[in-house]
Ligand binder design. Structure first.
Ligand code: SF4
Length: 364
């Protein structure tokens, strides 16, 4: 296998992205075959364990409390509810459950203890458990690891430059700090982004430079296409073309050969042919379930039909890394420190986010 390269430059990545399509596909598919079985695709289930009411201002997100969107918020799910959903997901071919809570950051306390119990419960079902809970401290990452967490998701979203046009309530470095805290444990890192938010090609490349320069590179990189939701600052942005998605997937595959590249939000807008091209270009995971946190997603039966049609096999859990051991709460080596992560408040404002916020207060 060829050596992993960590020092990609933006120009090198742009040159790959812009290759003639047939060459790009050939190169990406060749890298893919070197490191992965091209017929195996992981099915992951995303569960929104706490929806809505988030204090952040991510311009794409209907869960930000400040925008007026139609999503129904809910309090933290019970462990029993999560277990039932995980069992359903397992029965329909998922090997991984990703639990998302619309929090800025984790706060030590009852709710975090409840999430730790969810992690223990799902790990004991022999499924990979991933969490996306916002910023976390090193101690919180260690407690999650001890409970049996397999992966922690924290997306960089876009390039550092364009980030300032998407989010004003925290800085890029805060994201990197959380990823750094996860790396102090044996939990794997899941971090990717969203394309089609009005960014330039340089920003897509900039995000890939930031991800690929992490050593080790993230084990998992989700590539989302923006799903523009009414009421968010990005509601009027037109969907990107499938060709952009294929190019982004292929480029990600080439610069991060070992990672699982996840075809994430935006699949409802893609034809089966388009998705097949993404698999050919190196995508090796999809999210199942009729909702992706709050936005629509293809039905799981439709996905299984697509797998049959393409001869794809759902990936078994723990294929890339051993299953973590779960330590029960009473045997934990770590205490709750009553802490929450520190983060910077960059202090700039983003016009379209402000406009969406003021529209929402007029509507109320
Ligand atoms: S993307 Fe996450 S952090 Fe940003 S507003 Fe939505 S739930 Fe909050």
């Amino acid at each position: 296998m060829s050596e992993i390269k960590y020092d990609w430059t933006k120009d090198e990545i742009i040159a790959i992205y812009r290759k003639p399509m047939m060459e790009l596909l050939y190169e990406a598919a060749s890298v893919h075959r070197e490191y992965h079985n091209p017929n195996v695709v992981q099915v992951s289930t995303l569960l929104s364990i706490k929806t809505g009411g988030c204090p952040e201002d991510c311009g794409y997100c209907p869960q930000a409390a400040r925008y007026h969107t139609d999503i129904e918020g809910n309090d933290l799910m019970t462990v029993q509810h999560v277990k039932a959903q995980a069992l359903r997901a397992k029965a329909s071919g998922s090997s991984r459950v990703c639990m998302g809570a619309a929090w800025r950051n984790v706060k030590d306390g009852e709710e975090f203890d409840q999430v730790l119990e969810m992690v223990r419960t799902i790990n004991k079902l022999d499924m990979e458990v991933c969490c996306t809970l916002g910023m976390i401290t090193e101690n919180q990452a260690k407690r999650l690891a001890e409970a049996g967490l397999y992966a922690y998701n924290h997306n960089l979203d876009t390039s550092e430059d364009y980030y300032k046009d998407v989010i004003s309530t925290r800085a890029y470095q805060d994201r990197l700090d959380t990823i750094g805290n996860v790396r102090k444990t044996n939990v794997t890192v899941c971090s990717g982004g969203i394309i089609g938010m009005g960014e330039k090609l340089e920003d897509r490349a900039g995000m890939l430079v930031a991800l690929a320069s992490l050593n080790p590179q993230p084990e998992s990189v989700p590539i989302n296409a923006l799903v523009a939701v009414e009421g968010t600052p990005m509601e009027d942005i037109e969907p990107i073309s499938i060709w952009e998605m294929i190019r982004m997937v292929a480029t990600t595959r080439i610069v991060m050969p070992m990672t699982q590249v996840r075809l994430s939000a935006g699949r409802t807008q893609m034809s089966r042919e388009g998705q097949a091209m993404c698999f050919f270009a190196g995508a090796n995971s999809i999210f199942a379930g009729d909702k992706l946190l709050t936005t629509p997603n293809p039905d799981v039966n439709e996905d299984m039909e697509m797998f049959d049609l393409l001869g794809l096999i759902p990936q078994k859990p723990f294929l890339k890394k051993d299953q973590p051991q779960t330590v029960e709460a009473e045997d934990s080596q770590f205490e709750s420190l009553g802490e929450k992560p520190k983060w910077t408040r960059p202090g700039h404002s983003i016009e379209r986010n402000e406009t969406a916020k003021s529209k929402s207060s007029v509507d109320h």
